[in-house]
Design a protein around this ligand. Structure first.
Ligand code: 5GP
Length: 195
């Protein structure tokens, strides 16, 4: 059986990654998520083991030191990492896996797993991103400022990714990403049975 495709999805906070991510999962039957580990506190409605595995800094550090993370990064004061074993197992089973991670993590994944595809989602403008981030209402004004500053840094690195997709319209952006994934599966020796 051929291996699954590893897809890395990055983009600034508030760009609409979460919505695109859940639409991709509904549309592509062979696609599955990787649930990250984080030291961030859960937001309202977030479920442990579904949205993230919420953990403490000492526990996170232990996981990292035991080599259990495929990549990890510290971003706006919290640690985030991708558990290694479940991702590699799914890829071996021919299942495609999508990682919704930051730019630092995307770079690490490309190094350890060069066959992955990396996609960066861009906002139509910085103004629009700010509007979405404030409108979401999940962060304090200080956190919004920190995330916007980080967004600028991340956008400056978008050229590093295999593909850039502008999220002007969520349907169009999702369709663009579906086309990218399908094209990639056509051209690579990955499991195509589900497409
Ligand atoms: P949030 O706190 O809004 O859920 O996520 C903040 C940032 O952390 C987002 O850019 C998200 O993509 C990134 N992130 C989430 N999980 C991981 C992970 O496992 N590794 C890395 N490197 N970044 C992650």
């Amino acid at each position: 059986m051929s291996k699954g495709l590893l897809i890395v999805l990055s983009g600034p906070s508030g760009v609409g990654k979460g919505t695109i991510y859940s639409r991709l999962l509904k549309t592509l039957p062979n696609l599955t998520v990787s649930v990250s580990v984080t030291t961030r506190k859960p937001r309202e409605g977030e479920i442990n083991g579904v949205h993230y595995y919420f953990t403490t800094k000492p526990e996170f550090t232990e996981m990292r030191d035991r080599g259990e993370l495929l990549e990890y990064a510290e971003t706006v004061g919290n640690f985030y990492g991708t558990p290694k074993t479940p991702v590699l197992k799914k890829l071996d089973d021919g299942v495609d896996v999508i990682l919704e991670i930051d730019v630092k993590g995307a770079k690490q994944i490309k190094r350890v797993y060069p066959d992955c595809i990396t996609i960066f989602i861009l906002p139509p403008s910085e103004e629009e991103l700010k509007k979405r981030l404030v409108g979401r209402g999940t962060e304090t004004a200080e956190q919004v400022r920190a995330r916007l500053a980080l967004a600028k840094e991340e956008i400056a690195q978008s050229g590093y990714f295999d593909y850039n997709v502008i999220n002007n319209d969520i349907d169009v952006a999702t369709d663009d990403i579906i086309k990218i994934i399908k094209k990639q599966k056509e051209s690579k020796n990955v499991n195509r049975s589900a497409y």
